[in-house]
Write a protein that binds this ligand. Structure first.
Ligand code: COA
Length: 210
C-alpha cells in the first residue's frame, strides 16, 4: 500500500462504506443526536458536534494499532447515514466483531443488508477472516431480527457483558462463519473495492499466521 492517508471505499449498488474524515463530524452529530439511535449504546446521544469530532479523531490511531476499523456508511441520495466497524480482532483466530448504527431515516430501507454485505466481504475476502461475530442487547429486537435476516446465527447469551450507565446488561451473541457467508444472502450482493485495507491489519494478520 502507498504511504499517506488510508484510502478504502467499498461500494454496493445502494450503499458505500468509506474511511471517515474530519469533515463528517456535522453529519454524524446530526444522526447520533437522536436518542432512539443510541438507545442501546454505552455512548450518546450526542449533545454537541465536538463529541462526533472527538470520535473521528480517535479513528486513525485505532486503525494504526489494528484495533478498530470503522467506516462511514453513505447512501447515494441521503449522504452519510451511519457507521459500521470491525473490532475485537483476534488475529491468531482470524475473527472480529461487526457493529453498526444508522440514523433513524435509514432504518428499514435495505441499507443494513448492503452494509453487512460490504463488511462481510471486507472481513472474509479482503482480510481473510474465518468468523465474523455481532452482539445485540437481548431487548433490542430490531437488531436481532436484522442480524438473523442477513444470515447471522444466534449462538447464545453472554450474561452481564455490556456496561450501560450503571447497569451490567446481557447481550445475545451472533456468528457468521465463512461458509455461512458463502451460502447466505450477503454473498449475492455485488461489491466494488477502491483503495486498500489499511496496512496495519494485513501486517498483523500475516504476523499471526507465521
Ligand atoms: C439495528 C439496525 C442496524 C438494523 O437495521 P434496519 O435497517 O433497521 O434493519 P432491517 O429493517 O433490515 O431489519 C429489522 C427487522 O426487524 C423487524 N422488527 C423491528 N422491530 C421489531 C419488533 N419489535 N419485533 C419484531 N420484529 C421487529 C423489522 O420488521 C425488520 O424485519 P422485516 O424486514 O422482515 O420486516 C438499525 O435499526 C439501527 O441502526 N439501530 C440503532 C442502532 C443499533 O441498535 N445498532 C445495533 C446495535 S447491536
Amino acid at each position: 500500500m502507498a504511504d499517506g492517508p488510508d484510502h478504502l471505499a467499498l461500494h454496493a449498488p445502494g450503499l458505500t462504506l468509506r474511511i471517515p474524515e474530519p469533515g463528517d463530524a456535522t453529519a454524524l452529530y446530526r444522526l447520533a443526536s437522536d436518542p432512539e439511535v443510541t438507545e442501546w449504546f454505552s455512548w450518546g446521544p450526542y449533545q454537541e458536534t465536538a463529541e462526533a469530532r472527538a470520535y473521528l479523531d480517535r479513528l486513525p490511531d485505532q486503525r494504526e494499532r489494528g484495533t478498530q476499523l470503522d467506516l462511514l456508511q453513505v447512501h447515494p441520495t441521503m449522504g452519510p447515514v451511519g457507521i459500521t466497524g470491525l473490532s475485537e480482532f483476534s488475529y491468531r483466530d482470524r475473527r472480529a466483531m461487526v457493529g453498526t448504527w444508522f440514523g433513524r431515516n435509514a432504518w428499514g430501507i435495505g441499507a443494513n443488508q448492503e452494509g453487512k454485505a460490504l463488511m462481510a466481504y471486507l472481513a472474509f475476502e479482503l482480510l481473510g477472516l474465518v468468523r465474523l461475530g455481532a452482539y445485540a442487547n437481548t431487548e433490542n429486537v430490531r437488531s436481532q431480527k436484522a442480524l438473523e435476516k442477513v444470515g447471522f446465527q444466534r449462538e447464545g447469551i453472554l450474561r452481564g457483558w455490556h456496561r450501560h450507565g450503571d447497569r451490567q446488561l446481557d447481550v445475545a451473541v451472533y456468528g457468521m462463519l465463512r461458509p455461512d457467508w458463502q451460502r447466505g444472502p450477503l454473498a449475492d450482493i455485488p461489491v466494488r473495492v477502491e483503495g486498500d485495507v489499511p496496512q496495519s491489519f494485513t501486517t498483523l494478520l500475516a504476523a499471526a499466521s507465521r
